[in-house]
Design a protein around this ligand. Sequence first.
Ligand SMILES: Cc1ncc(COP(=O)(O)O)c(C=O)c1O
Length: 361
Amino acid sequence: MQKSLLFIPGPVAVPEPVLDAMAKPLINHRGPEYARLLHSIADRMRSIFATKGDVLLMGSSGTGSLEAAVTNMFGPGDTVLACPTGVFGERIAAIAKMWGCTVEMLTHNETSTGVQIDLRAMSRAIGDHPAYVVVDSVSGLGASEFKMDEWKLDVVCAASQKALACPPGLAMIAVSSRAWDKIKANKAPRFYFDLQKHKEFFDKGEPPWTPPVSVAFALDVAIDLYEREGPRNVWARHARYTDALHAAVKALGMEIFSRDGVHSVTVTGILTPQGLDNKTVLTKLLHEHGVVISGGQGKMTGKMWRWGTMGAISETDMADALGAFEIVIRQMGYRFADGAAVNAALDVFARAGEKKLVGVS
Ligand SMILES: Cc1ncc(COP(=O)(O)O)c(C=O)c1O
């Protein structure tokens, strides 16, 4: 059987110890063992968000945390500023509009375009303005420096299946004390994603509803691995893989969708050059080489490939996948210097360590 190399922007390839944790016998989610697990995960997630606020876990994908953020923070008639940078920014805007708000929030890392906004700069620009800042960092959190409290973010949404390299099933939502005041004052209805109910149960060491217990086992181990590697090394790894991929794309004479200064380190958007059929490349990569990357979304469907750089992938996996990409595009008539992409990536990996990570304080 051909090995599958998963380079989509989530869910990502998961390390074996994390997968193994999912096979553990189930436990009572209202017993002391789950209480310890829940509190330990939340405590350690607090340092990944860099917040002294609360981190709550919800049994859902990332979209659940977006819905929770909107329905708990806002009510019909509220005004919210919209700054979408792609499909997921539009999704949270759609939730807010459905909720009757004239709103939107910030998408830290836009998975549909490979654009990452500079939250530090954004926070400086917002200054002391009293607006609440709600951030979708579903595909950003953990992959690069993140400072929820320092950047004065009120609510931050994340999910298990991205940079933390865990299977999908748990969403995390970090809530500042200022946001709690707003949530308590907000009378709009909510039930499954009622954050006050989640907090009330969390304080007793329980989830309000039956959680994906096996995913919680996995997340516990995923955070162990994250801590063992060390946040700075994790950030450097994502930056290095992205640098390697960018070098490879440029060496092929192709264009990256995002501009310098706003590149995501978890997903790269590669514009499909004239003469290559977007979908055929994806199909050939999958069926002939076991390499899985994603196509474009929304307006960019058929015009872009999205290549994820999160999860349990090695430098040699990356070289393998780029080699497969070269074979496919060459067979389809695209011209470039033999080995250009693979060599460019290998060069970045070989030089790794010499380069200082930029933007990390
Ligand atoms: C930035 C961003 N926001 C929200 C979501 C939605 O998350 P989910 O698919 O886990 O519901 C995603 C998923 O890829 C995402 O990348």
